[in-house]
Write a protein that binds this ligand. Sequence first.
Ligand SMILES: [Zn+2]
Length: 152
Amino acid sequence: MADLSLVGRCGLYCGACGIYRAYRDGGDYLKEVAESFDCSPQLVRCEGCQELTPECWGHNCKIVNCLRGKGFSFCHECSDLKSCPKHSKLHEGYEELGVDIKGNLERIKAGDAEGWVMEQESKWRCKSCGKPISCHMEECHQCGAKLDIIPK
Ligand SMILES: [Zn+2]
């Protein structure tokens, strides 16, 4: 079953987000992420972009706030998307990590969110242990394997 709560409004797959993985997987990785943001581990939590609660990391996301203000669910609904500095900046940052949020939005827009999520679920996995990983990791937080090949 595809977990549609992980369909990011900006085109990001939430399952490969560092915050989401830290919250779901816990352990040392959660401690590491909390330390990197200099916050308490209790604050590192997110249910995914489609299931945001006020306690979620993504609740005050700039993109989510912008969409809320415009009454849209996804960035592809916005006629300003092509010239949006917020989305372009996000896209460039994630592109370096092997994530194409513009391409992802096209898939979501085309009505294939479910197929896309299932692809993402198998793509963002450690080749050694098979567990889910984040696009921000250089090493698998579960088995320690080097993640030197960015999945495409
Ligand atoms: Zn692994």
